[in-house]
Design a protein around this ligand. Structure first.
Ligand SMILES: [Fe+2]
Ligand SMILES: [Fe+2]
Length: 403
């Protein structure tokens, strides 16, 4: 019979069959072992273990220390809210309102250089409240491309994604607001780029690129003189940093990723994702799957890979390294696809949690023919599952799984 007891009750000779910690957080390769000495108990204590499950031949009397091991992980396993198809219309109408607001706001910047700050703030506020109360609407974000006026729609969509991203990371309300505000205004510098360049139906020439590359600096100049502290602070910084890239390969100041604000580091991925999945004058949109594949394979040396994976999870794509929760409560990590080009078809997964979200003594490797997205309740990145980047890379076979 199995019994869960406090660590203080554990004695040498007892057979342990479970502990209240991930196998990655203890020095024990397996959670099935016989306690050889007090040293083993000390090791468990040093690893932060409080409860152990032991196999006993004769049941011990019930004590107040006896408990059931809590199902791990405690954080990040929210239930998926019920789908409500009616909400799609709401997010689309909010998106249209945002585009219209930006048309007016950017027009004002062109005329007198100032943003209608109050209107912008109340609109971002409304967006944050909407997404907080309709968290499932985040999954519809890739569908909100309806308008041809791309800078406005792009800025509106980027705001939705950045706000959803902040909410997904359980940031405080005020922080979600700042993310949304900074995202909405990140390209305001394009108001100083001539329309014939912005809307050119083809590749830009060198001079045109040079002018286009000024928009982060223009944005900074516009936002810096705004009296609102959140606009002349974070939003101005994000505007000037969102085209910086790893190892200084971006522009305008060739900063490294470590040197830019965390909001800029995430927003640059959302910015690219939105730009590539949206309709643009010079090409048709790409699918979210293709864009995530492109980011993982061709862009991982320029932007943050953990952020790419978080964006992928947010839009329901399952690249290598993603953790998915299935209908029966199992959590699997996608380790490898047979068709690594398309993230589809037969794949190798590591089962981390079994049915009922019970952590397994050790991960189980298995091949599955394909993953039906409708059976995935939620996705997680390694952090929300409680792993460090090193542990995550170890599970993927020593590399982040990116070629
Ligand atoms: Fe930009
Ligand atoms: Fe942008």
């Amino acid at each position: 019979m199995k019994k869960t007891i406090a660590l203080s009750k554990l004695k040498p000779g007892m057979k342990v069959v479970g502990i209240d910690k991930s196998w990655l957080e203890t020095p024990f390769l397996s959670h099935h072992f016989v306690v050889r000495s007090e040293k083993d108990i000390d090791k468990l204590r040093e690893s932060g273990v409080r409860l152990v499950t032991v196999e006993i031949d004769n049941p011990v009397p019930e004590t107040e220390d006896s408990q059931t091991i809590p199902e791990a992980p405690e954080r990040g396993l929210e239930e998926l809210p019920d789908e409500d198809p009616g909400k799609e219309r709401n997010i689309l109408s909010l998106q249209r309102e945002t585009s219209r607001l930006l048309v007016r706001a950017f027009q004002q910047v062109r005329i007198n250089g100032f943003l209608p700050t109050d209107e912008i703030r109340s609109h971002v506020r409304e967006t944050v409240d909407f997404l907080l109360h309709n968290r499932h609407a985040i999954s519809l974000l890739s569908d909100i491309h309806e308008n041809d006026d791309e800078t406005y729609v792009h800025s509106a969509n980027t705001m939705f994604m950045a706000t959803a991203f902040a909410i997904r990371h359980q940031m405080e309300d005020a922080e979600c607001f700042r993310w949304g505000l900074a995202a909405l205004l990140h390209d305001v510098g394009k108001t100083r780029v001539p329309e014939h360049i912005l809307k050119k139906p083809g590749p830009l020439d060198l001079l045109e690129w040079e002018i286009m590359h000024q928009h982060p600096i223009y944005g900074f100049q516009i936002l810096r003189k705004n009296p609102d502290p959140e606009i002349h602070g974070l939003a101005a910084q994000v505007a000037v940093e969102h085209h910086e890239r790893m190892n200084g390969s971006g522009y305008p100041h060739h900063l490294s990723l470590d040197a830019v604000h965390p909001v800029s580091r995430s927003l640059m991925v959302l910015d690219i994702y939105e730009a590539l999945t949206g309709h643009r004058v010079y090409r048709s949109r790409s699918t979210p799957r293709k864009v995530i594949h492109y980011l993982m394979n061709d862009y991982s040396d320029r932007v943050s890979v953990p952020v790419i994976l978080e964006v992928a999870s947010m839009v329901g794509i399952f690249p290598v390294g993603t953790f998915v929760e299935t209908e029966d409560g199992e959590i699997l990590m996608i380790q490898k696809y047979e068709d690594g080009e398309n993230y589809r078809g037969q794949m190798t997964v590591l089962k981390i949690f079994g049915p009922g979200k019970k952590i397994l003594p050790r991960p189980e490797k298995r091949k599955i023919p394909h993953l039906d997205p409708t059976t995935v309740l939620r996705t997680y990145d390694y952090r929300s599952i409680g792993l460090t980047q090193e542990q995550w890379e170890y599970l993927m076979g020593g590399t982040p799984g990116i070629t």
